[in-house]
Design a protein around this ligand. Structure first.
Ligand SMILES: NC(=O)C1=CN([C@@H]2O[C@H](COP(=O)(O)OP(=O)(O)OC[C@H]3O[C@@H](n4cnc5c(N)ncnc54)[C@H](O)[C@@H]3O)[C@@H](O)[C@H]2O)C=CC1
Ligand SMILES: O=C([O-])CC(=O)C(=O)O
Length: 358
């Protein structure tokens, strides 16, 4: 009996070892079909309860640390990592973390549908980043097509998923996503969210510095969009309540609006914000998942498509965006900023809409 058990255990280990032996990525064109552990050969019973999350562009500067953070999120049971390059390596690496989520990798367009099928939340950081001297809008020509293709896949394979769009220019890529979903008949404005959390993260940090407060205790609503003057911090609504001199208002508004450019210049050609962005995206995704779970009182700023397109304070819930909260009283400086933001936003939105409907 004991001998039989030992023989079975040895066979199980030999089979496992052959599955786990590292292989070059090129020998796994169907990476997601290579079993990490075969049900008959191990005691794993599959994923624990939780949400299924896909990251599209998972091997990039944002994608990798975001994958790490989502693998650490206890609400995630399955994590799909999709990219057109290097997905096998990132997947192998992240999959060794002893946290709950089961990780699977998907490489290239033929595997997009498998990456998306069954997902509850899809996060999109795919696309090229800025170099010094470029605006976010200069990324439109490349990133618009990438976002369109990925959203066509979402419409087909997981039309009910919450979608978090990170790829720039967000002011145009979110309208592109909306138009793709409209064409496919799957558009639900509650489920499409542009990620502007990095603006809030920066605003909290910079305001905390100016006021000498712990940035974790500061909450600055940032509305409008995610580029230059469309980024509108509401410094009159900072929590905890406080007041600023006009020099402080000018300094903070300009620093928050130009935070992305500050990082692009410091990186001197090696890309834009990746680590702080991954932190912001993970924070926002966690809020979306807590909303899906039914937690009450989750309010975040996000670029949503009901107004028709505007970053606002929104309440998240089981169906995504459950309520767009009023902007609240704006002071004169903020009202003037809002007019400028609306003008630029209208052009970026139209550019995205025309890209799909040309
Ligand atoms: N919303 C926001 O606040 C922010 C947005 N961004 C934007 O995020 C995007 C990504 O930035 P990084 O990660 O730094 O760039 P990156 O170049 O390091 O990574 C992008 C990844 O996307 C992948 N990719 C390209 N085409 C793809 C496709 N068709 N399908 C799937 N994956 C594809 C690339 O292979 C690469 O791994 C940029 O557009 C950037 O401007 C960056 C920072 C903040
Ligand atoms: O500035 C960029 O190109 C990337 C970005 O959106 C940000 O850091 O806010």
């Amino acid at each position: 009996m004991e001998q039989q058990q030992q023989g079975a255990a040895a066979r199980r280990m030999a089979t496992l070892a052959s599955h786990l032996r590292p292989q070059p990525a090129s020998s796994h064109p169907q990476m997601e079909e290579v079993p990490l552990l075969m049900g008959s050969n191990c005691r794993a019973k599959g994923a624990a309860p939780g949400f299924k999350v896909a990251i599209l562009g998972a091997a990039g500067g944002i994608g990798q640390p975001l994958a790490l953070l989502m693998k650490m999120n206890p609400l995630v049971s399955v994590l799909h990592l999709y990219d057109v390059v290097n997905a096998p390596g990132v997947t192998a690496d992240i999959s060794h973390m002893n946290t709950g989520a089961v990780v699977r990798g998907f490489l290239g367009q033929p595997q997009l549908e498998n990456a998306l099928t069954g997902m509850d939340l899809v996060i999109i950081p795919a696309g090229v980043p800025r170099k010094p001297g470029m605006t976010r809008d200069d990324l439109f020509n490349i990133n618009a097509g990438i976002v369109r293709t990925l959203c066509e896949g979402i419409a087909k394979c997981c039309p009910k998923a919450i979608v978090n769009v990170i790829s720039n220019p967000v002011n145009s890529t979110v309208p592109i996503a909306a138009e793709v979903f409209k064409k496919a008949g799957t558009y639900d404005p509650k489920r499409l969210l542009g990620v502007t959390t990095l603006d809030v993260v920066r605003a909290n940090t910079f305001v905390g510095e100016v006021l000498g407060l712990d940035p974790r205790e500061v909450n600055v609503p940032v509305i409008g969009g995610h580029a230059g003057v469309t980024i509108l911090p509401l410094l009159s609504q900072v929590n905890p309540a406080c007041s600023f001199t006009s020099e402080e208002v000018n300094y903070l508004t300009s620093r928050i609006q130009n935070g992305g450019t500050e990082v692009v210049e410091a990186k001197a050609g090696a890309g834009s914000a990746t680590l702080s962005m991954a932190y912001a995206a993970a924070k926002f995704a966690d809020a979306c998942l807590r909303g899906l779970r039914g937690d009450a009182g989750i309010v975040e700023c996000s670029y949503v498509t009901e107004l028709p397109f505007f970053a606002s304070k929104v309440r998240l819930g089981r169906s995504g965006v459950e309520e767009i909260l009023p902007l609240g009283p704006l002071n004169e400086f903020e009202r003037a900023g809002l007019e400028k933001a609306k003008k630029e936003l209208a052009q970026s939105i139209q550019k995205g809409v025309s890209f799909i409907n040309k």
